[in-house]
Design a protein around this ligand. Structure first.
Ligand SMILES: Nc1ncnc2c1ncn2[C@@H]1O[C@H](COP(=O)(O)OP(=O)(O)OP(=O)(O)O)[C@@H](O)[C@H]1O
Length: 271
């Protein structure tokens, strides 16, 4: 079964300008596939991941998630579908005063009753599982640390450790390496990819590190101005395609019109 099938999908932010954040996106992703989404700032990567996580309703086109249309499902069924999708935002929403163990175990909230959830706030339900997840991200010594005492990179990996405790079949990870040094970046990406393979989960990861994307992901989607510029196997992605994707429009040479010549401007400036 496909994890995703998008047809001419368009998304507009309510508070945004008139332009859509995603414009007529066609995309099919098979279960277990691993792909990186790259593109300049503002290209729409975060919006795409949030839409795939069913956090944003599209304004046009079609979206099928694990064979279902999330936005025609009743609320309870959509909630159940969302539990199969793990969205790891770039800045994980971890309560600052909470212990790391509690924050990581919160990944199990969708499976718990209210009583179990409340009990785990006072006595963590499964600290061994939380510890094992943290070890895989190099945070084994932070189990009982307070979240607000973690560095930015530690907090980011703490958010990713939650993913290991979830029962998700799709991992949607937004710029997981933005606060990490090169060695931690390698380890973090390897852990995410190994876990995805282990449970045959789909991994869709937005990255600013183009070299990491090309080195580690078999499929690369290039996004710019809310549109897919290319969707290709990594061996088919050339340096020219990358350069065009990131080409800065502001740097494009502007040929002045006759009335904008320096002489004319100078005369105008004198008077
Ligand atoms: N909540 C919002 N309300 C209004 N507009 C938004 C909102 N979030 C994003 N946008 C706009 O949607 C477009 C896509 O933004 P998005 O955050 O998806 O890009 P991105 O590729 O993830 O950028 P970055 O690499 O800088 O994180 C941008 O023009 C942005 O200004």
């Amino acid at each position: 079964m496909d994890s995703y099938r998008l047809g001419k999908l368009t998304v507009r932010h309510l508070a945004g300008a008139q332009a859509s954040a995603l414009h007529e996106i066609d995309l099919a992703v098979a279960q277990g596939e691993q792909l990186a989404v790259i593109g300049p700032s503002g290209a729409g990567k975060t919006t795409l991941l949030a839409t795939l996580a069913c956090a944003h309703a599209p304004t046009g086109g079609t979206l099928r998630v694990l064979g279902q249309d999330p936005w025609t499902l009743p609320g309870a069924a959509r909630h159940k579908l969302r539990a199969s999708l793990f969205l790891a935002p770039q800045t994980p929403p971890l309560p600052p005063r909470q212990r790391v163990v509690t924050a990581v175990l919160a990944a199990r909230l969708p499976e718990w009753t209210l009583g179990q959830a409340l009990a785990s706030l006072f006595k963590p339900a499964d600290p061994d599982a939380a510890h094992a997840a943290l070890v895989r991200f190099g945070l084994g010594d932070k189990l009982y640390a307070r979240v607000d005492r973690l560095s930015g990179g530690e907090r980011q990996r703490c958010g990713l450790a939650r993913l290991l405790l979830s029962s998700a079949r799709v991992f949607l990870v937004d710029e997981p390496l933005s606060a990490l040094d090169p060695a931690l970046s390698q380890m973090t990406l390897a852990t995410l990819q190994q876990e995805a393979v282990r449970r045959n989960a789909t991994l869709i990861c937005s990255l600013h590190q183009v070299d990491m994307a090309r080195a580690h992901f078999p499929r690369i989607v290039g996004l710019r101005d809310g549109r897919i510029v290319f969707d290709a196997a990594r061996e088919d992605v050339s340096d020219e395609m990358i350069a065009a994707l990131y080409q800065n429009e502001a740097m494009v040479q502007h040929t002045p019109e006759a009335h904008e010549t320096p002489e004319r401007l100078a005369v105008g400036a004198c008077f």
